[in-house]
Design a protein around this ligand. Structure first.
Ligand code: BGP
Length: 486
């Protein structure tokens, strides 16, 4: 690539989630969250995503009883809680304009229900955001990244119960007020649409506490509460921090028809539409007719309070952010087809695409298509807030020669350039797991995404020292040239 296609002020950077990097799970008054449970699945194959992420009451009890780090390193994370200054120095060396992080609700309100916030938690994030700003790094902050207080799971059925909306809004008001001079860009719920893929992590719905046949309705009810909470948090944000912006955050799972057989094309249209149902509500402020008709057909009844529909309509998001890792295939003969994937989601294999070690189909053109389609649909600025390649990096002679990662990012960043060329408005790009951190789907360290290697293994052993990989200087050059020189 030779010319700059990226606008001035493009927000180049990386993304982390607090529960995957901070560690310090019991430090500074922090309470337990759903994230503290996903590691209490002894003897489960880490490739068995369903088994790892469908948490039972027994798993919760085991997590509550355990005061140790646990069999996987999640509770230790990469010790970002204690090492964030050193980490920010490295990110600043790469020229990061932004860093996406999340606030753990349980650091601010350990059970979610308290009336007074925990000062130690507030002070930690205040220092983190201040240190970012001191290095010229704009904070991009997720309010809810799979980190719901466990107390709310046990006593309020997670997001199923309406009271949780009020608890969440107390949390959001508290952090908006405290960080009003520090944070301009916010995201409400990480991958809000993933509620059906892993209801426990996203909304604290513990499946064995509900009748199986009611589960879909219960998840929809929880989603409705999250959507109302997101809209009301947007209202609060605009009142408390003038000029601040709220984004929704969804999983881009673009799906191609397996063939031009009309039945496959129709299935792809439906799959793509259904994947965007939740962002449709966050942008347009109404449930799309397809959702209402699906509820009717499946006898799903959502309880809405008076005024909910007006709230959804009145406070849409300011921008649309999404994660993009792979594309999918829609086929009416899915059952007979070869499958790929296995953790976040699985589907029909696309014979034209290579896959990662975890079976995720690598498809940069799919990113251009997603950007074009999302912009046509929403006409709001877009932000690619997660993208990257999970790989089993090998540290040899003090570095990691991750040319495969450079190739991956070169193709995907170039794909964003192609969308920009067509008039799509893209605000920024944050590479997922810019420092190696604990994988969401496997709860292990060996699935690495970073430009910076962290010396920590799947059992949590290691010095935790940080080592720049080959991709570190490559990404530094990309940022320095504003996307022109690579
Ligand atoms: C997204 C999550 C992240 C992150 C990423 C990669 O779905 O928002 O938290 O971890 O996926 O997934 P994994 O860590 O399973 O490879």
């Amino acid at each position: 690539m030779s010319k700059t296609r990226f606008p001035d002020g493009f927000l180049w950077g990386g993304a982390l989630a607090a529960n995957q990097c901070e560690g310090a799970w019991n430090v500074g008054g922090k309470g337990l969250s759903v994230a503290d449970c996903s590691l209490y699945k002894a003897h489960v194959d880490p490739k068995d995503y369903k088994a790892l992420h469908h948490i039972s009451s027994a798993d919760i009890a085991a997590a509550e009883a355990c005061t140790e780090i646990g069999p996987y390193p999640k509770r230790r994370g990469i010790d970002f809680y204690h090492r964030y200054r050193e980490d920010l120095d490295l990110l600043a060396q790469m020229g990061f304009k932004t860093l996406r992080v999340s606030i753990q609700w349980t650091r601010i309100f350990p059970k979610g229900i308290e009336t007074e916030p925990n000062e130690a938690g507030l002070a930690f994030y205040e220092s983190l955001f201040t240190e970012m700003r001191a290095r010229g790094i704009e904070p991009l902050v997720t309010l809810h990244h799979y980190e719901m207080p466990l107390h709310l799971v046990n006593h309020y059925d997670g997001w199923y119960r309406r009271e949780v909306v009020g608890f969440f809004l107390r949390f959001t008001e508290t952090v908006f007020r405290r960080y009003r001079h520090l944070v301009k860009y916010w995201l409400s719920f990480n991958e809000i649409d993933s509620a059906f893929r892993h209801p426990f992590s996203t909304m604290g719905i513990c499946e064995d506490r509900h009748p199986k046949e009611k589960l879909e309705e219960i998840i929809w009810q929880g989603l409705h509460h999250q959507l109302v909470a997101s809209a009301l948090a947007t209202k609060q944000l605009h009142a408390i921090i003038p000029g601040a912006q709220m984004g929704c955050m969804v999983t881009s799972l673009l799906s191609y028809p397996e063939t031009c057989r009309p039945e496959n094309c129709l299935k792809a249209v439906r799959d793509n539409r259904d994947n965007l149902t939740i962002s449709d509500v966050q942008v347009h402020g109404v449930y799309p007719p397809s959702a209402l008709s699906a509820w009717r057909k499946r006898d799903i009844k959502i309880v809405m309070e008076q005024g909910d529909e007006e709230i959804l309509k009145a406070y849409p998001v300011d921008f649309v952010s999404f994660s993009y890792y792979m594309s999918m295939v829609s086929s009416v003969n899915e059952a007979e087809r070869e499958k790929v994937g296995g953790n976040v989601t699985s589907g029909v294999k696309n014979p034209y695409l290579p896959v990662s070690d975890w079976g995720w189909q690598i498809d940069p053109i799919g990113l251009t298509i997603s950007l074009i389609e999302l912009y046509d649909r929403y006409r709001k600025p877009l932000f690619v807030v997660e993208n990257g390649l999970g790989a089993r990096d090998k540290l040899v002679d003090g570095t990691v020669e991750d040319d495969y990662r450079i190739a991956y990012f070169r193709d995907h960043i170039s794909a964003i350039g192609d969308a920009l060329d067509e008039g799509v408005d893209v605000m920024g790009f944050t590479a997922w797991g810019c420092i190696d951190s604990v994988s969401l789907s496997t709860s292990q360290m060996s699935k690495r995404y970073g430009f910076i290697y962290v010396d920590c293994d799947d059992e949590g052993h290691g010095s935790m020292s940080r080592i720049p990989k080959k991709s570190f200087s490559w990404y530094r050059d990309v940022i320095a040239s504003n996307g022109a020189g690579f």
